[in-house]
Design a protein. Structure first.
Length: 115
């Protein structure tokens, strides 16, 4: 087994914007505005995170395939910033609320790029 690549570890908490199954990239928009630099206005970060096949994607206590991810799913992802881009170390998806507690949604499926 190879060691994890060296790089600075970050965590993003937010929602999925889109999933590209062909390249295994997930675009995540931060839920909370943060101020990274003193004197700068708060801003939401958006990060495209690569999810290697050996990284377990979990929903609750179950491992789920990348194909089960949908836009608007809430996630917490820890990733390494590398020269090739962000690479997931851990990827957790929030459990969906019970159907009775969720508001009605149009019949349009959530966008997923690739297949």
């Amino acid at each position: 087994m190879s060691a994890a690549p060296a790089g600075e570890s970050h965590t993003i908490v937010g929602e999925i914007v889109w999933v590209d199954l062909a390249t295994r990239l997930v675009l995540i928009r931060e839920s909370v505005k943060t101020t990274r630099m003193k004197g700068q206005p708060p801003a939401r970060q958006t990060v495209a995170v690569g999810v290697a096949s050996e990284i377990a994607v979990t929903r609750g206590k179950k491992t789920v395939p990348l194909e089960n991810l949908r836009a608007k799913d809430h996630v917490t992802v820890r990733y390494l910033a590398t020269a090739e881009g962000a690479r997931a170390i851990t990827f957790r998806v929030a459990d969906a609320a019970p159907a009775a507690a969720t508001p009605a949604v149009s019949g349009e499926p959530a966008p997923v790029i690739g297949n």
